[in-house]
Design a protein around this ligand. Structure first.
Ligand SMILES: Cc1cc2nc3c(=O)[nH]c(=O)nc-3n(C[C@H](O)[C@H](O)[C@H](O)COP(=O)(O)O)c2cc1C
Length: 193
């Protein structure tokens, strides 16, 4: 059987940060379930904001009109069986890097009509506050839930926790275990196939 492909989008500027540590655990779970994974650090990529030209929404559209480093990401998103989206909380929501990526996903159906349908998605978030509500993490989680429902994607699960210093989240063994389990679940088949 062909290995499932999991694409991991990392939205923190800290390459060894807490959200990435959570994503790494999801990757470990996914790989132990036989998946092949690929990481993309969104920070440092030249990904412009959506310019609302609506070129991607035309019936004969060939894709997003902006020629930047989001272009090679589109086919990877389509090919992948599942996505992991990881971000810290910045100002009570996801990071700007993550939001730019999300906005540009507006064009994904121009590359393949049903690109979002049933796409399996896992979300990982870290925040400095002690509480998921006070931190604003819940705002971002709700955004992912609403977006997944809107496009018909399958939000398989979300892991999130409090941590501030670089990699501090790794000492939260319960959460790390949860992330590993989410990685396995992400690779498993949904009832819809
Ligand atoms: C610009 C900036 C804004 C932040 N805003 C919030 C916030 O609104 N709520 C919160 O709980 N933590 C906030 N934090 C703390 C980070 O979410 C926290 O340190 C997180 O664990 C960092 O994850 P990372 O290591 O993956 O980058 C902020 C940090 C920065 C640098």
């Amino acid at each position: 059987m062909k290995a499932k492909k999991i694409l991991v989008l990392l939205g923190s500027p800290r390459k060894k940060g807490n959200s990435t540590a959570l994503a790494d655990q999801i990757i470990a779970g996914a790989e132990s379930a036989g998946a092949a994974t690929e990481k993309i650090y969104l920070h440092g990529q030249s990904i412009s904001p959506c310019q609302a030209c609506y070129a991607c929404q035309r019936p004969d559209s060939k894709g997003c009109a902006i020629d930047d480093e989001m272009q090679p990401i589109y086919p990877k998103l389509i090919e992948a069986d599942g996505w992991v989206i990881a971000s810290p909380v910045y100002w009570f929501s996801m990071t700007a890097q993550t939001k730019l990526f999300l906005d540009r996903c507006f064009a994904l159906p121009a590359y393949q009509k049903d690109a979002f349908a049933g796409k399996r998605i896992a979300v990982a978030m870290s925040f400095g506050d002690e509480d998921a509500f006070n931190s604003g993490c819940v705002n971002a989680l709700r955004t992912f839930q609403d977006a997944a429902r809107y496009v018909g994607a399958n939000l398989v699960g979300m892991v999130y926790g409090s941590a501030d210093k670089l990699g501090e989240i790794k000492s939260n063994t319960g959460l790390m275990q949860q992330a590993e389990l989410l990685g396995r679940k992400l690779v498993g088949r949904s009832s819809a196939g």
